[in-house]
Every structure is written in structure tokens, then in C-alpha cells.
Ligand binder design. Structure first.
Ligand SMILES: [Zn+2]
Length: 270
């Protein structure tokens, strides 16, 4: 897997203290092991992406195992398979704090063949701390700092970004697992917060890819205790949208039962 320089697109040489390209662009390796490959001029705000506080809430929530059925479904569809025999690398795009990367490593993907990128430094830092042998970089999914055809698998859970970039970094026979919300995802939460809730529409298959397999993963979330409910709400878009009075009421509840619903699509490049 070859990382490339975000400034000049030449290969980056990962070294202990920093990653360098032939033109002399240097990116320091943080104490936690990740590298910030986001060109300064491309940062729209000082700290783009999810805030540290949101990521801590997300981490607490995921660590408690509420999304384990989704992690299992992802691992089943992105199976390590013949990974030992071939030099296969996996990219977790929009990796956040690394929950799914860790699940994939636990399911058989060698940790040193896993790479993750996210625009939020706070997330990448948390991810890198827990998987020291994987490679994590702060980078945009709109401009992935990897050479063409450098990974054989990509996991994308709710991350934005153009299909062309995913196509570019994926090997010709590589697999993209695209995870998006299913039609019933958090339906009762939406009903509580919005006057006219709408079901998620299945997104179109990404341009340049064809559908190899599709799976729906639906389960019930049983949230118990105000802290868990608050953590969960803060990691959904409902943290800042919808009726604030209704949200305050939800936060006072001791228990909340919600529908989790995800659509997993296994795509191959055309
Ligand atoms: Zn360079």
C-alpha cells in the first residue's frame, strides 16, 4: 500500500518520526502513531470533522457493544478470506475512532494491513492509540492520500466523498463495502423529533461500481440510562437538528428502545 504526498502526489516514505516525499514535504508522526496528511490550506476550520467530545461519546457508546451486530455483518461481508496468501490491504474510509477497523482485525485482517483515514484528528488519534500496527492518517475522503490501485478492500460506513476517489485507490478486482442507513433506521426517534419524518431512501449504487451483494442488518437498540441515551443522541444528526424540546424530553428518559437498520452493499469496480 502506497501513501502519497497530498501536496505533490509523489510516494511517501513512512519513517519512524515522519513521512517524507522526494520533494521534501514532511509530515510528522504524532506520538500515537498517526500522520496528519491534510494540507493546511484545505482545512475549512481549525479542527474539521467531529469534535473530541462527540468522539468520546461515540467511543463510550460503541465500546458498550450496541452496534456489535453491524460490526459482525461488516466482517462477514468483508471476510479476511485469502488475506494471508495475498498482499491485501484494507482502507477504512471515515474511520472515526476505529471501531470497525478493530472489529476487522479481530475477524482476521492482519492489523498491519489496515489503514484508516478520517478528517477528524480527534478520531484518528483515538483509533491509532488502539491499533498501533495499523496506519492511520488525518485526511479527506475527497482527496485520499493513497496511490492508485493500492488497496484491495474499502470499508465506508456513512462517510461522504466521491465514488471516483474510491475507484481510483481500489485495485481492479477489489471490493468496496458501502454501509448506509436502512429505511427504518431510528424511525421512532425521527417520529419523536420531526413533524414529518421521512424514511431513508436507498442511495444509488456508486458510479463506476456494480452491486455484487446486498444485505440488510436490522436490530433493536436497547438504551438504558441517561448517559447512554445522551451519548447516543450526540452521535446522531439529531444532536443538532429537530425539535429541541422533544430532544430534551428524550434525554430525561431512563430507557429508550430504537430501531437500528443498515444497508450493506458489496460493490466491485466496473
Ligand atoms: Zn510532496
Amino acid at each position: 500500500m502506497t501513501w502519497h504526498c497530498p501536496n505533490c502526489k509523489q510516494p511517501l516514505e513512512p519513517q519512524q518520526d515522519a513521512w517524507r516525499c522526494a520533494s521534501g514535504h514532511t509530515f510528522d508522526r504524532a506520538r500515537e502513531g498517526y500522520v496528519n496528511l491534510l494540507p493546511v490550506q484545505k482545512k475549512r476550520s481549525r479542527e474539521p470533522g467531529d469534535s473530541g467530545e462527540m468522539l468520546q461519546a461515540r467511543r463510550r457508546f460503541l465500546d458498550s457493544g450496541h452496534y456489535q451486530p453491524l460490526a459482525e455483518a461488516i466482517c462477514a461481508m468483508l471476510g479476511a478470506g485469502d488475506v494471508q496468501q495475498r498482499d491485501r490491504h484494507l482502507l477504512d474510509i471515515g474511520c472515526g475512532e476505529g471501531y470497525y477497523s478493530r472489529a476487522l482485525a479481530a475477524s482476521g485482517w492482519p492489523e498491519d494491513r489496515i489503514a484508516g483515514v478520517d478528517i477528524a484528528k480527534a478520531g484518528v488519534r483515538l483509533a491509532a492509540k488502539r491499533q498501533p500496527r495499523a496506519q492511520f492518517a488525518v485526511a479527506s475522503s475527497f482527496d485520499i492520500p493513497l496511490a492508485d490501485s493500492s488497496v484491495s478492500g474499502i470499508l465506508r460506513v456513512f462517510a461522504p466523498g466521491p465514488a471516483s476517489e474510491l475507484h481510483r485507490v481500489l485495485e481492479p478486482d477489489g471490493v468496496l463495502l458501502d454501509v448506509s442507513p436502512g429505511p427504518e433506521h431510528l424511525w421512532s426517534l425521527k417520529r419523536a423529533l420531526y413533524r414529518e419524518p421521512r424514511a431513508h431512501q436507498a442511495p444509488a449504487v456508486l458510479e463506476g461500481f456494480e452491486l455484487a451483494a446486498e444485505m440488510r442488518c436490522a436490530f433493536t437498540l436497547n438504551l438504558k440510562g441517561r448517559e447512554v441515551i445522551a451519548d447516543f443522541l450526540s452521535m446522531t444528526p439529531f444532536a443538532w437538528k429537530g425539535d429541541s424540546e422533544a430532544r430534551a424530553k428524550l434525554e430525561q428518559q431512563e430507557q429508550l428502545q430504537l430501531e437500528a437498520d443498515f444497508l450493506l452493499r458489496k460493490l466491485i469496480g466496473k
